[in-house]
Design a protein around this ligand. Structure first.
Ligand code: HGY
Ligand code: MN
Ligand code: MN
Ligand code: MN
Length: 408
């Protein structure tokens, strides 16, 4: 069958970001649907049995479906301006690993069922909640909250689901499908410099930093840019910008912490309009969940100070902080990870600051990850990379790991 490099080449031109470099593949978009259709076609060409569940997760069974299945997979959506491999490498590698298991005769002897799962909206780039598919499957987010989430155009998740032929009434925790997963293994491109200075193409995932997202809204008084003296303004952009400027100093006091503002929105957004509000989305990560909270509290306190300093007369910029999601620090399944390390003794153990569906599933089923070397160490950007030989090495190790789990 087709090797992993050729598989990825088939989707290389799907969903390029028209605004610049990289890809724009939002969850439940036309592009993600096209990518899903590509996956389904590839799965069916291999004789896999495909189903899309109520939460929009695509399953492809390499054996008859059943209990205690070994499941592998990843996602096909991207962040804005995302790289080629974050998500698709795991999906294409899963298809290629099934080929290896078939061609080597191991699949025919498998003692457990095997499936590939493709999760929708892993990045949360459209509705704000990362790992949406796996959170729905496991009940980590309830249908009520999920269905009411809106994208930038104001469309609710319920409306978007309907457009994709899915029934909003049926969205939510799916114990039947969840209980079929005996173990989950996600292969993913490495998203940092972890493997660059090693001669190893693959690492075994150990843990994921605790991470969360917060929506911070600064509200002031919209006004005319020409007629309002500087001393008479309640400008939320000034308060937000000062706060953002303080973040690196605040974070530097917490060893190992990272915090990012990668998305903002100014309302109503006119060059000659003093804004009435500014939205800032804050991402904070640290191995210790309590430290994440401490960093958040310090940034929020600074934002309150900055907001009160941006006002005029008695009128202040006001502040609201809402948590959009939180994913606690996750250690992958100890036994599963040990088995992987025994199978791949050269592979280093690698912790990551990136979130994954495997971390959501880890709260329910034994889960583990493999990371494939990224020679640039850059991710969530067009410069993300993976050498062909490393991708092929990843597939061989994934196939061997699946075979180990399948008992062959
Ligand atoms: O790590 C993230 O931001 C996402 O879950 N991939
Ligand atoms: Mn990502
Ligand atoms: Mn990813
Ligand atoms: Mn005018």
């Amino acid at each position: 069958m087709t090797d992993v490099v050729s598989l990825l080449a088939q989707i290389k031109d799907t969903g390029r970001d028209p605004r610049g470099s990289g890809y724009l593949r939002p969850g439940f978009s036309r592009v993600e649907r096209d990518l899903r259709a590509w996956f389904v076609a590839e799965a069916e060409a291999r004789g896999l049995d495909v189903e899309v569940d109520h939460n929009g997760i695509t399953w492809a069974w390499a054996t008859p479906p059943g209990e205690n299945a070994v499941v592998t997979g990843s996602h096909l959506d991207s962040v804005p301006g995302g790289g080629e491999f974050d998500g698709p490498l795991g999906v294409a590698s899963a298809l290629a690993a099934v080929d290896e298991l078939t061609e080597s005769g191991r699949l025919a002897r498998a003692g457990r069922p095997l499936a590939i799962a493709v999760f929708p909206e892993e990045e949360g780039s459209r509705f704000g909640l990362s790992c949406l598919g796996s959170r729905l499957l496991t009940g980590a987010v309830g249908p009520k909250r999920a269905l009411a989430m809106t994208d930038d155009r104001g469309d609710t998740f319920a409306e978007v689901l309907t457009r994709h032929g899915l029934d909003p009434e049926r969205v939510g925790r799916d114990d039947e499908r969840l209980s079929r997963i005996g173990s989950f293994l996600e292969l993913h491109v490495e998203q940092g410099v972890g493997l660059i200075n090693t001669d190893q193409p693959v690492a075994v995932g150990s843990s994921i930093l605790g991470h969360g997202r917060w929506h911070v809204r600064f509200e002031g008084q919209g006004n005319h840019a020409g007629t309002t003296p500087m001393a008479r303004r309640a400008d939320p952009v000034v308060a937000a910008a000062r706060t953002i400027g303080d973040i690196p100093t605040i974070v530097s006091r917490f060893d190992g912490a990272v915090a990012t503002v990668g998305r903002t929105r100014v309302h109503p957004g006119g060059t000659n309009v003093i804004a009435s509000a500014m939205d800032v989305w804050l991402d904070i990560r640290h191995p210790d969940d309590e430290v994440v909270q401490e960093v958040l509290e310090e940034i929020a306190a600074r934002a309150r100070d900055r907001a009160s300093g941006a006002g005029y007369r008695n009128q202040e910029v006001t502040l609201t902080v809402d948590q959009e999601s939180y994913s606690p620090t996750t250690h992958f399944h100890a036994d599963f990870t040990r088995r992987l390390s025994a199978l791949l003794p050269e592979a280093p153990a690698q912790s990551t600051g990136a979130g994954h569906d495997a971390a959501i599933l880890a709260a329910h089923v034994p889960s583990a990850m493999l990371f494939v070397r990224n020679p640039t160490g850059v991710s969530h950007a067009a410069e993300e990379a993976c050498e062909d030989d490393d991708a092929r090495a990843g597939v061989r190790r994934l196939a061997d790991a699946l075979a180990m789990e399948l008992g062959v």
